[in-house]
Design a protein around this ligand. Structure first.
Ligand code: MF3
Ligand code: CO
Length: 276
């Protein structure tokens, strides 16, 4: 999320509410699994948008991004140097592109919101590495989503793994967020910060943790359309997002990459060499 327009309250959920939110998050995972199967050079991000819109409607849910503060599509499709909030368009996807698809749904009044970056065929080893490290950093952050920790522990873990170790640019202008009956609730979850700082994590708080990591500098700008965020240096950026429930011993990840990854491995157009 951008650093505006969120509900300024932290809401811990009941166990029943967590169960519904898990279904919402899983519906997004299933939609992204459809995308993983469908992706090949030549298709457009507008075709992906249509596929996702229809899949979500068929599952009795509402695409939550559509019309959110005027956002005009069901998914964000961010290719190469687009960091996040890219508009789906008519441009065919090419071999060598990296494509982040971010999707949100409302199911029975509760939000799911997560994202995955796909690699189309041949890319430079440094880009494969960026994708790998960004995905790893998401899990490093998730590990810290336990009761008694603070938001800064999550932020620090992500920054440590990407910026400090690898010299990548951690985007400052966009952050993760609480999730529930609203798409964006408190707390904000930056991908940079200090251990022990920020709000305390309570049991059954649900967080959308979403590292946005640039190969080059951290600097970004927003295009004239008011949404599309791009890197200033034109280098690629990677985005992964999971919905995570804070628990006492071990965080509970509500979304599911395993089904997306299984579909990704079956699709010969996609490069999965960085993790398989
Ligand atoms: N995951 C993104 C976010 O939390 C998606 C929002 S797109 C929007 O900001 F269109 F809904 F704003
Ligand atoms: Co989000």
């Amino acid at each position: 999320m951008s650093r505006r327009n969120n509900v300024n309250m932290m809401y811990a959920k009941t166990e029943q509410e967590i169960e519904i939110m898990k279904k919402a998050a899983l519906l997004v995972s299933k939609t992204l699994t459809e995308v993983a199967t469908f992706l090949k050079p030549g298709i457009t991000t507008l075709q992906i948008d249509k596929l996702c819109f229809e899949f979500v409607q068929d599952h009795k849910a509402i695409p939550s991004f559509l019309n959110y503060h005027g956002y005009p599509y069901s998914v964000c499709a961010s290719v190469n140097d687009v960091v996040v909030h890219g508009f789906p368009n008519h441009q065919p996807i090419k071999d060598g592109d990296i494509v982040s698809i971010d999707m949100g749904v409302i199911l029975n009044g509760w939000h799911g919101d997560h994202a995955y970056t796909f690699i189309m065929g041949d890319v430079a080893p440094e880009i494969l590495q960026l994708v790998k490290i960004t995905k790893e950093s998401l899990y490093k952050g998730i590990e810290k989503a336990i009761v008694g920790n603070r938001v800064g522990d999550i932020s620090f873990a992500i920054q440590e793994h990407t910026e400090k170790k690898m010299g990548y640019g951690v985007v400052r202008e966009l952050v993760g967020h609480g999730l529930g009956r609203s798409l964006h609730e408190d707390p904000q979850v930056p991908n940079y910060g200090k251990r022990g700082n920020g709000p305390k994590l309570k049991e059954n708080l649900v967080l959308a943790i979403e590292p946005m990591i640039n190969l080059g500098s951290k600097d970004v700008y927003t295009e004239k359309d008011g949404w599309t965020v791009k890197t200033k240096d034109g280098k690629v950026s990677v985005h992964f997002e999971h919905d995570v429930c804070v628990k006492k011993d071990k965080p509970l990840i509500l979304s599911d990459y395993s089904i997306i990854e299984a579909a990704e491995k079956k699709n010969i157009n996609l490069n999965t060499s960085y993790y398989s």
